[in-house]
Design a protein around this ligand. Structure first.
Ligand SMILES: [Zn+2]
Ligand SMILES: [Zn+2]
Length: 254
């Protein structure tokens, strides 16, 4: 996968400093802090750059750097895949070149270059989409929000670092949530007004003999709400959705 910085440079021409017909120059990272962050999220370009820089500079300290990238098309025979050379230069410190091959996929960013949907790359892509999406802006405004009648609260999952297997999620009634408010003069301030929820669209699948999936009934409801539900009780699809959703910024419910 590549980080937002590298992705935006390669796909959106972000940071373009000079533009020729065959070569483009970009401003890349301008501080060791952002370079380190990109390396930490697993950007394969920035991880290499960080490795080159490490002997000369402490990446744990915030130092200004001037990292520039030069992107050039490599002449190839007709019919062959288009290739580019991406050459990074850090003044007087190093030069580092990557060879990139043009991909045929329409959505190169969808998986963040990863084959597993539970990878950090995918999470990063999802988070970037959410941040760029303006439809969700209403969540930032104060006031009552619409919620589905029942939600799964991911708060406990968020608070458990490490042992997710033992963590529980709790069933909540959104009407109960909305009751938690304080009065600011004559204006009600809803405690949970800015907590977002995400939804899972999925196929139920065919019924399997001898297997009853977790079901909400009058009998199970009190337990789901008071004791919570263990992750391992959920079918895989739900479990994966819960584990993914709790890592998203500001998302509290599924
Ligand atoms: Zn990067
Ligand atoms: Zn949108």
């Amino acid at each position: 996968m590549v980080c937002t910085k590298c992705f935006d440079m390669l796909h959106r021409n972000k940071g373009l400093a000079m533009h020729g017909s065959l070569r483009q120059t970009f401003d890349h990272h301008m501080s060791t802090t952002t370079l380190r962050q990109s390396a930490d999220v697993g950007c394969s370009i920035c991880m290499t750059l960080a490795k080159h820089l490490e002997p000369t500079m402490r990446l744990t300290e915030d130092n200004p750097i001037t990292l520039r990238a030069l992107l050039q098309k490599i002449p190839v025979e007709p019919g062959k895949r288009v290739r580019f050379s991406l050459e990074f230069t850090l003044e007087r410190v190093f030069k580092c070149t990557f060879i990139l091959t043009e991909t045929s996929t329409k959505h190169p960013s969808r998986s963040g270059g990863s084959s597993s949907t539970s990878s950090d790359g995918v999470l990063h892509v999802a988070q970037r989409w959410i941040n760029a999406c303006r439809c969700a802006d209403a969540w930032k405004e104060p006031g009552k929000k619409w919620y589905p009648r029942r939600l799964l609260d991911l708060e406990e999952l968020r608070c458990t670092n490490g042992n997710k297997d033992r963590a529980k999620v709790r069933l909540v009634e959104s009407s109960d949530l909305m009751r938690e408010k304080t009065m600011l003069g004559s204006t009600p301030v809803y405690k949970h007004a800015n907590y977002r929820y995400v939804t899972l669209s999925h196929c139920w699948g065919k019924p399997r003999e001898g297997y009853t999936p977790l079901t909400l009934t009058d009998l199970t409801m009190a337990r789901f709400m008071n004791d919570g539900i263990e992750l391992e009780e959920f079918p895989n699809t739900f479990r994966h959705a819960l584990l993914f959703a709790h890592k998203l910024d500001q998302v509290r419910f599924l």
